[in-house]
Design a protein around this ligand. Sequence first.
Ligand code: GDP
Ligand code: MG
Length: 302
Amino acid sequence: MNSIFNKWRESLTKTRDVAFGKVSTFFGATQINEDSWDELEALLIQADLGVDTTIALINKCQEQVDRQGLTRTEQLYSLLKSEMTALLDQPAEPELTYQPTVIMIAGVNGSGKTTTIAKLAARYKNMGKKVLLVAADTYRAAAVDQLEIWSDRIDVPIITAQPGSDPGAVTYDGVKSAISRGSDVVLIDTAGRLHTRYNLMEEIKKVYRVAGKALPGAPHYSWIVLDTTTGQNALQQAAAFGKAVHLNGALLAKLDTSAKGGMAFAIKKQLGLPVLYAGLGERVEDLQPFNREAFVDGILEH
Ligand SMILES: Nc1nc2c(ncn2[C@@H]2O[C@H](COP(=O)(O)OP(=O)(O)O)[C@@H](O)[C@H]2O)c(=O)[nH]1
Ligand SMILES: [Mg+2]
């Protein structure tokens, strides 16, 4: 267990030092008063928790301070830690029991979709699952190439189409192919061009719909990859995807290079999505099931 906490702690260095460093120095021998609540509120907003989440968190802490009769800011540390943990879900790792289980991965360009798919594929393969990759980001040739390189590297088969071809068609072929090969898990990579937002949303809806035509009930999971280095902005982008298709999970990318990991606290409140996995580094084994205790422990230094 300790090694898991250490891994999270190491990956969260930037978020801990840059964004939560001041939150950590806040706890001291001073009396809790109006000013300290204002200060804590400002620090949490600066740490990318978002205004709504921060206010809800402060209210919870104030309730507990009154109830427990706490007087000094140092007593707020463990209270804040447990209230922050309570803001996060601790979901079980998704079950891969459909035959095949079809997973669509959405998110804006550069958020980390293709890399996260490779990591998920490697993880599921290690669990003994037969995995198939589907390159439905057909817009850029480089996007298909990138997934092909991963397919070679982790030795997982891939279904591709010519760049510029219909992402719906490759999705259909991919899911049908998974059925005939007896794959356990299908991971569909999608495009994320923001500058043609309307088309993008139509495209992702189509991929979603076509997956269901190829296999009723698919996609069983639709997860959004959030670039944690962009903080609160990532949440606004995710909300747009959530309007186009039914999302049921969020995946955090680049926690290891982000100073804005605090945005994770706002995901449940703002998007209503559980965080399922987090990318703690660039290697395939750096994708970890989300661990709320290790996360909170990693960002709050005492
Ligand atoms: N350090 C780090 N880099 C990441 C992580 N996930 C993705 N990246 C990098 O982010 C960049 C964009 O990732 P990519 O998967 O191509 O994003 P996509 O456009 O959404 O498919 C690449 O350079 C990745 O190596 C992560 O968890 N940690
Ligand atoms: Mg990509």
